[in-house]
Design a protein around this ligand. Structure first.
Ligand SMILES: [Zn+2]
Length: 448
């Protein structure tokens, strides 16, 4: 499509934002017009896509994942365990990751996300065994090939078992090497401009796998290059106990001490905060990526999403790694957030609109994006269209609510930056069956 071409996504069956009931006009990579019911475009269009059978959403945004973990789904040795013992069974397996494994697992995760209506994906890769120093470069190349927008974080682990950390020594790296590679990746891939297709953030893995000095050095480097910071925090009671024992501080006090309590930061999980800590997070504007499936699977706990949001923290949504989900389906994660939220809050507070907001604008705010996550003029043309013609929707009343309540699991069409990447429920020019076979064989090799 040439950049001047205009497409009218006409009169959707329903939308998240009622101001675009007449649809929207995409011009180049952006949304050029938003139309009220009955309105027609102000200028001529080149194509009309009749969306009367489709529910129109802003492209979903996944703000926490570990793509490589798609290779260790339902991994026998890790079943029925909570976070620390789950990690200990998987670290030695992950330590054997190789280049082809990162390439293929990235494709698998991105394909699953794209097919579920996701247009922007963040990933947290923190394993760089010998020979895999270019893991993020491999991920970038795959995302580019598939046309997905990514925020890839340069993860890191520096605190091995010998120094009181959780991961085996063979999986941790030297701090100077981590910092040098972080800077290299920012310079090579971070696009600061509006409409960016690739951004880089820095992501020391967790309090129990990273030294205090690496947290501080990462914060300084992020400030120098104006990139974002990400880590896992307040995921389990074991982590709180670890922080008290190791640093003499609760996780949030530790975060503040290392210079991370700021609006440059978004945290995965954010479950075990007390009221006073929630107030401090909100005042700082620190984002929280809620990962409902992972929190249920690992029996980690229930994120106080609405309390965090009311205090001022952006709340986004993430599928988390596919060894604790064990899928990468973003629209299904919206349903999980909806159901889990109602175990903590009133039904009137956790609505289908609220959880869809977290998966779009909420995640965009976590990633520091003001050009994504909503259907407004001038924003990037990232959209997802869902049909309601499957058995699961038969008899549904409200089309938007049906996506969440009846359990939508695949988008019919997905557009990223003005280009269709999914049509009729399939990724254009992509051999899914061949990918599945490659992934299966690599997963067997990794497990052996
Ligand atoms: Zn995670």
């Amino acid at each position: 499509m040439n950049s001047a071409q205009r497409i009218w996504i006409k009169s959707p069956l329903a939308t998240l934002d009622s101001t675009c009931a007449g649809g929207l006009v995409v011009e180049g990579t952006r949304i050029a017009e938003v139309l009220a019911a009955g309105e027609t475009p102000a200028a001529p269009v080149d194509q009309v896509f009749d969306a009367r059978e489709h529910v129109l959403l802003p492209g979903l945004i996944n703000s926490h994942h570990h793509f490589y973990q798609t290779l260790t789904r339902a991994f026998p040795a890790a079943l029925n365990k909570s976070l620390f013992s789950w990690l200990k069974s998987l670290y030695p397996v992950w330590a054997r990751l190789g280049e082809e494994m990162v390439e293929v697992s990235t494709q698998v995760a991105l394909a699953e996300l794209l097919l579920s209506g996701c247009t922007t994906a963040s990933d947290h890769h923190y394993l760089f065994p010998q020979g895999l120093e270019n893991a993020i470069d491999i991920q970038m190349a795959q995302a580019q090939k598939m046309g997905m927008r990514v925020h890839l974080t340069r993860g890191s682990m520096s605190l091995g078992e010998e120094d009181g950390g959780l991961p085996p020594q063979s999986t941790v790296q030297d701090e100077d090497a981590i910092m040098a590679d972080s800077e290299r990746l920012i310079q090579r891939y971070h696009q600061a401009e509006e409409g960016a297709m690739s951004r880089v953030a820095l992501a020391p893995c967790s309090p129990f796998s990273v030294s205090e000095s690496l947290m501080q050095a990462s914060a300084r480097l992020a400030e120098k290059h104006n990139v974002r910071l990400h880590t896992h925090l307040a995921e389990t009671h074991d982590e709180t106990d670890f922080c008290i024992k190791m640093f003499g501080l609760r996780p949030l006090d530790y975060l503040e001490k290392v210079g991370w309590l700021s609006d440059r930061v978004w945290l995965a999980h954010g479950i075990h905060f007390n009221e006073e800590e929630i107030r401090r997070l909100g005042a700082a504007g620190t984002g929280i990526c809620h990962c409902p499936s992972s929190n249920m699977l690992l029996a980690s706990g229930l994120c106080p999403t609405l309390d965090l949001e009311r205090a001022g923290s952006p709340v986004g949504l993430g599928v988390d790694g596919s060894a604790s989900n064990d899928g990468s389906n973003m629209i299904q994660e919206v349903r999980q957030a909806f159901l889990l939220g109602r175990l903590r809050y009133d039904a009137a507070e956790i609505t289908h609109q609220k959880v869809l907001f977290w998966a779009t604008e909420g995640s965009a705010r976590c990633l520091g994006r003001t050009d994504l996550g909503a259907l407004r003029v001038g924003m990037q043309a990232d959209i997802a269209l869902f049909r309601l013609d499957e058995l699961r929707f038969a008899g549904a009343g409200d089309p938007l609510a049906a996506l969440v309540l009846c359990g939508a699991h695949k988008a019919d069409r997905v557009m990223v930056a003005g280009r269709w990447r999914v049509t009729d429920g399939a990724i254009e020019g992509f051999d899914l069956q061949a990918l599945i076979e490659r992934q299966k064989s690599l997963a067997r090799k990794l497990a052996a």
